[in-house]
Write a protein that binds this ligand. Structure first.
Ligand SMILES: Cc1cc2nc3c(=O)[nH]c(=O)nc-3n(C[C@H](O)[C@H](O)[C@H](O)COP(=O)(O)O)c2cc1C
Length: 160
């Protein structure tokens, strides 16, 4: 456990249609909580019209000491909901961020790499400090190992 002075407020802003991305976040949330941090999970799904492809929910995130943006890969790209969100998001200069993607295919060149690049491009003007990023390949035999390793990696980005 960390002391109260080291307690940090973490935001997970995520889009998860079938629950894969959310299930990884739930594990990560536990890791941060065990370390004494506070995690707020903010879902974009309820504010997104899948048929019309329009997002109407734009939560503010400047208050968080670390924000993790998490999304599935869709059509070899970042999901439209997360794209619409990141196009307009206001960050603090040099705010700490991380990225998590899940995708069906086993290799990151089937959309995962591109999606992470898109996330970075959308927020680059704020010069964010990128503390970590990870992709989980859902159809891989190694999926559980990938999840553990991503959760370990992202879960330790705030450690001293
Ligand atoms: C409309 C749609 C498009 C998708 N396109 C891709 C793709 O291009 N590449 C890929 O690897 N997976 C693709 N997938 C699979 C999802 O990325 C994968 O199942 C992901 O883990 C879903 O996460 P979620 O349950 O959090 O929404 C697609 C899924 C949907 C519904």
């Amino acid at each position: 456990m960390v002391s109260m002075e080291e307690f940090m407020k973490i935001g997970f802003v995520f889009y998860s249609e079938s629950g894969h991305t959310l299930s990884v976040l739930n594990q990560l949330e536990k890791v941060f909580q065990k370390k004494g941090h506070f995690v707020e999970k903010i879902s974009l799904l309820e504010g997104y019209d899948i048929k019309k492809r329009v997002l109407t929910f734009f939560p503010k995130v400047k208050e968080f000491e670390f924000i993790l943006f998490a999304s599935p890969v869709q059509a070899f790209s970042l999901s439209i909901a997360m794209s619409q969100y990141l196009k307009q998001v206001q960050l603090k200069e040099s705010q700490k961020v991380g990225f998590l993607l899940t995708q069906y295919f086993k290799k990151p060149f089937w959309g995962g790499n591109r999606a992470i690049k898109q996330m970075k491009n959308f927020i680059q003007d704020f010069h964010p400090i990128i503390l970590g990023e990870g992709i989980v390949h859902w159809s891989s035999k190694e999926r559980d190992t990938q999840i553990s390793s991503v959760v370990d990696k992202l879960g330790s980005v705030l450690d001293e």
